[in-house]
Every structure is written in structure tokens, then in C-alpha cells.
Design a protein. Structure first.
Length: 453
């Protein structure tokens, strides 16, 4: 997080007004050539709050799941004395996505697994989010979901009216303002309820006041999702996450395990026109694999019985982020000295069939080719082609870095990536059609030699 800098008011473009802070777009000329967001609070930050935000953000940046968090990148001071938090620009949030209708069931499960993982890691180091609502679940330009507005220091410095988000707020928070790990789990459960049902667990009824909604949250059970054949395991999990008593809720870590069980366990046939088998093997192998050799063993296990119909995650934006994160566990691009031997051509790993000999197969059925990158100094333009439409993710390895970073691209075949001048990079594209994972040959930048570990 960078130190405080002064931002001219004319550089701000209003975007939204929140219950406490206003949200502005920051002109690229002031934000280093990028479009950024500045969340502006009505008063300056005192030294205690400033230090607290700095410590929270440093801890969050060190989490394994930090790529699923919208981090504060800087604190800026406005000429009128107000303070702004500089963050990356995310084009839309969960509320906008759900405005077009509920998300596919598979997307909700993967979104729950991603966000619960973020909360579990944060809770493990003593950090509480303090306000998990649909407004804080954002979608990056890459299609990856991310959780924003993390931390208690700003919430304690600038208290908000809880009645505005009462439907997503735990009963104990509404009663006495007790922000806790258990309250985070409740907020996540209520947020996923919106994604699944298309409305909050306690939508405002005609003639109701915000106080009436609070009373229902405090006293009424969470209604079951109607109109969709939601798997019983998912319904039960969300109900437990929104239990009235904090001690009756699962921890975030327990919720992660249950979401993963939903990802990897065959579901009963339902009316939702989705089939979850498409990515189950890839997800399963990635979660148990620590090396590519282990992943091969996982793919060779005896096949599960196939059902004529089940439910799948869509190839849409949210599910893509979960698939990309999972595939990253078995695919790493390395940077080696220039005299290292070159890597071998990329195989295609397909899922085991339902036949008696369930072994991994190698097939060149789809040709996925990444073109040489165009180096623009601080950014790189990447383009690729495929002989078949796929859902893509891009792996990026930086000189001096550890594992490659994975960014979901959806069905697009080009992407601009920010890079540091002078450093070497390797890029690799992976794609899936739901039955196989296809991997391009890596492309080097600035003389790098690339190899998969």
C-alpha cells in the first residue's frame, strides 16, 4: 500500500454513493495510466485508523487467496481534507449480475468455495471482514470474483446504518453490533442466497419499513429457495450458515470443505438444466494434487457412474475463475537460465471415460497456439488461437516469482497484461471444452526460457 498522496478534485468522476463513503473513478492520468477507484470517506483518517488499515492490508496481501481480495493500493488525501482509499476498478458486482436473474447453481457453489476460502484464511490470522454483503462481492475485468471492503478499523471509525443491509446482516450484529467471524459466515450465506434465489433471504414486503425487515431477520427462519431444484446439501449448508445463533453456524473453514464436497460429489438429477460433471475431475485432481505426477494418478482413478442429467457450472464469468484457480495447482510455468533445455510439446489430458479401462489419454484433438507477445514496456499484448472454441485461462510467470499467476479470460482470445520493465516473463494459455484441458506451448518475453515444473 502506497503512502498518502494528494489528489485534485477534478480528477474524480462520481460512480456511486454508499452508506458511508462515495465511490469515484480516478482518471488514468492521475492513476498511472490505469482506471482506478477511489472510495472517499467524509473525514480524514486519524493515525490509529490509518495504521490499522495499513496492517490489515499487509496481512491480507500475504494470504494465499489474496488474488480473490480487492486490496487497498494506496491512501489519498483530497484538498478538502477527506481521505480516499485507492483500489482497482471492478466493472460490476454481484447485484448487477443477479439483476439479470439468479446465477446457475454450479456458479453459486464455486463462488461460495472461493469466498469461504478467503474468509477462512483471514479468520485464521485473526482478521474479520465485518460486512460481507452482495455490494462487496465484485467481478474483475478478467471475470474473477473478489471480496472487497475488508477489515474492522474503517467500520469502527465510520459506523454505518445497519438497517440498509439488514437482510444480509447477522441477528447479533443487528442487536448489539457484534462483528465476528460467525457474522462473516452469516453474511456470506445470505449473499449466496441472493445469487441462488435472485432476491435476499428477507426481501422487503409492500408497506414494510427497514425496521420491519430487522424484526423478521431477528425472529423468522430463513425461507427455503423456491422455484429451483436446489440440491439438498446446498440448501442445508446455506441454512446452517444463516442460523440465528452464532454457535450453530459452521466456521468458514468448515464451509469451504462442504462447498468442495458439493463440487466433487455426484448430485441427484434435478430440473435445473445444468450438468456438474464437466469440471468435476479437473477440480478434484487440482485439490488433491501437489505435483503433476499426483494429478495424473487422480485422473486415472476408477470412473464415477454417469447420470443422464445432473447440474454443471456454466462457462460464464464466475465459474471460470474457480476453474482457473483449480488448474493453477497442477500447472506451473518456470523461468530458467537461457542454456536450459527446452520444454517438450504440451499434451492434452482428457477425463477418463466410463469404459472399463479408465486411464488418462493423450490426444492432439485441439490445437491451442499462443502467439509471440508484443512488448510495450509496461504492458504486453497477448493473442492466441484455437481450432475449437474453449474457455481460457492465462498463466503468467515473472522472473524472481514463485508459482505462476493465473487469470481467467473466459472465451476471449486476447488480453493485455501489465508487466515490470526489465523483468523476464513466461506466458501460457490453457483452455477447456468441459471434457479435456488443452495447454499451449509457452511464449517467452525478453529472453526468458520457459518450462513446466
Amino acid at each position: 500500500m502506497t503512502a498518502m498522496a494528494e489528489i485534485p478534485l477534478e480528477a474524480l468522476v462520481p460512480r456511486a454513493n454508499g452508506p458511508v463513503a462515495g465511490v469515484f473513478l480516478l482518471a488514468p492520468a492521475v492513476a498511472g495510466g490505469r482506471t482506478m477507484v477511489l472510495k472517499v470517506y467524509p473525514q480524514p483518517l486519524d493515525r490509529r485508523t490509518y495504521n490499522g488499515v495499513e496492517v490489515e492490508q499487509a496481512k491480507l496481501a500475504g494470504l494465499r487467496s489474496s488474488r480473490s481480495i480487492v486490496l487497498v493500493q494506496g491512501l489519498d488525501e483530497l484538498p478538502d481534507g477527506r481521505t480516499g482509499l485507492r483500489m482497482e476498478f471492478c466493472p460490476q458486482g454481484l447485484r448487477e449480475l443477479v439483476a439479470a436473474g439468479p446465477l446457475p447453481i454450479g456458479d453459486v457453489v464455486v463462488l461460495g468455495q472461493i469466498l469461504a476460502s478467503v474468509l477462512a484464511e483471514a479468520h485464521d490470522i485473526g482478521l474479520v471482514h465485518g460486512g460481507v454483503t452482495p455490494s462487496n462481492v465484485l467481478e474483475r475485468a478478467s471475470g474473477q470474483p473478489a471480496l472487497s471492503d475488508f477489515g474492522l478499523d474503517l467500520r469502527l471509525r465510520f459506523p454505518r446504518d445497519l438497517t440498509g443491509d439488514a437482510a444480509y446482516t447477522a441477528p447479533e450484529v443487528l442487536r448489539d453490533g457484534e462483528l465476528s467471524e460467525q457474522a462473516d459466515v452469516y453474511g456470506l450465506g445470505a449473499t449466496l442466497y441472493l445469487a441462488l434465489a435472485g432476491h435476499s433471504p428477507f426481501p422487503t414486503r409492500p408497506g414494510e419499513t427497514p425496521d420491519d425487515v430487522v424484526l423478521r431477520v431477528l425472529g423468522e427462519p430463513v425461507p427455503a429457495v423456491s422455484g429451483r431444484d436446489v440440491p439438498a446439501g446446498l440448501t442445508t449448508l446455506l441454512s446452517r450458515m444463516m442460523a440465528k445463533e452464532p454457535d450453530d453456524r459452521p466456521t468458514a473453514a468448515e464451509a469451504v470443505h462442504e462447498f468442495e464436497a458439493l463440487l466433487l460429489t455426484p448430485q441427484e438429477t434435478g430440473d435445473d438444466d445444468l450438468d456438474f460433471d464437466d469440471f468435476r475431475d479437473e477440480l478434484a485432481s487440482a485439490r488433491v494434487a501437489q505435483t503433476p505426477q499426483v494429478a495424473t494418478v487422480a485422473l486415472a482413478r476408477p470412473p464415477k457412474p454417469r447420470r443422464e442429467k445432473g447440474w454443471r457450472p456454466s462457462k460464464g464469468l464466475l465459474i471460470g475463475a474457480g476453474v482457473a484457480a483449480s488448474l493453477a495447482a497442477v500447472l506451473v510455468v518456470m523461468l530458467l537460465p537461457k542454456d536450459a533445455p527446452q520444454s517438450t510439446p504440451r499434451p492434452v489430458v482428457t477425463r477418463p471415460s466410463s469404459g472399463p479401462a479408465a486411464t488418462p489419454s493423450m490426444t492432439p484433438a485441439v490445437r491451442l497456439e499462443l502467439k509471440p507477445p508484443k512488448d510495450n514496456g509496461t504492458s504486453v499484448q497477448l493473442e492466441w488461437t484455437s481450432s475449437k472454441p474453449l474457455t481460457y485461462a492465462l498463466n503468467i510467470a515473472e522472473q524472481g516469482g514463485n508459482d505462476a499467476q493465473t487469470t481467467y479470460r473466459g472465451t476471449g482470445t486476447s488480453m493485455t497484461v501489465r508487466v515490470s520493465p526489465g523483468l523476464m516473463y513466461c506466458f501460457e494459455v490453457q483452455g477447456t471444452d468441459g471434457t479435456a484441458i488443452y495447454i499451449s506451448d509457452p511464449q517467452p518475453l525478453r529472453g526468458a526460457t520457459c518450462r513446466r515444473r
